[in-house]
Design a protein around this ligand. Structure first.
Ligand code: ZN
Length: 337
């Protein structure tokens, strides 16, 4: 992800001149779908200048606040695909969160409506409450609509991605408020209700941490932290959360280093996500979730050299990289049963 303040001014003015929204996106943990994943990228939308939604957008089950300005771009994108349902979820100390889907995904909407408040609380319990807890969450109706809603991803693998979080541009030094999570139309069918709740927490963690996350930050920390928050206190076992990693551990194959960014794309991405989760789960287990969060805040602002990471390990955790790796491997070994 790239923070606006760090973008080259030329690019920034190009965006500005074209009047386009800038979106930064993360593709969700999709281990239960295909294992494919795409790193954080920043690309312009292809939609051209914003157009206001017209009143022709048909809304089913009309609810209060349908004229909420946050719905305008969503309605513009969904309008060609048919009438929409909208649900508002009250969030304490924050504007309402909005859930949007077509009638064919009414059950998905009901599941997300039930999951959202606990998911927001789960993320806040680790990250704190200073984040945009009022995102717009959309369930795409069809693969074509998912592609349209996530076109800023620019990825051909969009149909294989479970969910995407997107953040609109925001002034440096402020907190993002224009944030969306878009679910693949097949996500719930393929991962089930529990899996959908976990995906929601994972994506909400990316939403929450967005302002503290910069382009080139270590993927093991970004994805590991999101998955740690998503899985925390859910009662799933190690092998349920990390089946691929478990298989390798049982074959006496231990990771030799923290996962490199390249591991998070391609055919071995499922393993990378699981291993990254295990790194963060280990750190939280040994040092506490607060210090894991402090480490995230220290290292996720942008690219980090090995020396910078080593310095952060020493400053935040009081250990060297070698001690971290040894501790992680011992923690893993104890779970390879
Ligand atoms: Zn993610």
């Amino acid at each position: 992800m790239t923070e606006p303040s760090r973008r080259p001014s030329g690019l920034r003015s190009w965006f500005s001149a074209n009047g386009r929204l800038e979106f930064c996106l993360t593709l969700a943990s999709i281990t239960l779908l295909t294992g494919a994943c795409v790193a954080l990228v920043l690309v312009p939308r292809n939609a051209g200048p914003l157009q206001l939604a017209t009143d022709e957008a048909e809304v089913l089950d009309t609810t209060e606040g349908i004229d909420d300005p946050r719905l305008t771009p969503v309605r513009r994108d969904l309008q060609p695909f048919g009438p929409i349902l909208v649900r508002r979820v009250a969030v304490e100390g924050s504007p309402d969160a909005l859930l949007v889907a077509h009638d064919g995904h009414r059950a998905d909407l009901a599941t997300l409506e039930q999951d959202l408040a606990p998911a927001i609380d789960a993320v806040s319990s680790v990250w704190g409450t200073d984040w945009n807890r009022a995102p717009v969450i959309v369930v795409a109706g069809t693969p074509a609509e998912f592609t349209a809603l996530t076109r800023s991803a620019g990825t051909p693998a969009a149909a294989d991605v479970a969910a995407v979080s997107l953040t609109g541009s925001y002034p440096p030094g402020t907190r993002p408020t224009d944030q969306r999570i878009v679910f693949n139309p097949d996500a719930r069918r393929r991962v089930g209700d529990e899996g959908l709740a976990t995906l929601l927490r994972h994506e909400l963690t990316h939403v929450a941490t967005r302002a503290a996350t910069g382009d080139g930050a270590p993927q093991w920390l970004l994805e590991g932290y999101a998955e740690f928050v998503a899985q925390r206190d859910r009662g799933a076992t190690f092998s349920q959360i990390a089946p691929t990693l478990t298989t390798r551990l049982r074959a006496n194959t231990l990771p030799t280093d923290l996962l490199a960014d390249a591991a998070f794309t391609g055919t071995d991405a499922a393993y990378a996500y699981e291993a990254a989760w295990s790194t963060c789960a280990f750190l939280a287990d040994r040092f506490g979730a607060d210090r894991l969060t402090t480490l995230y805040q220290r290292l996720a602002g942008g690219p980090q050299s090995a020396a910078a990471q080593d310095a952060a390990f020493t400053a935040v955790l009081g250990i060297s990289r070698a001690e971290l790796l040894d501790g992680w491997r011992a923690w893993l070994r104890a779970r390879a049963v």
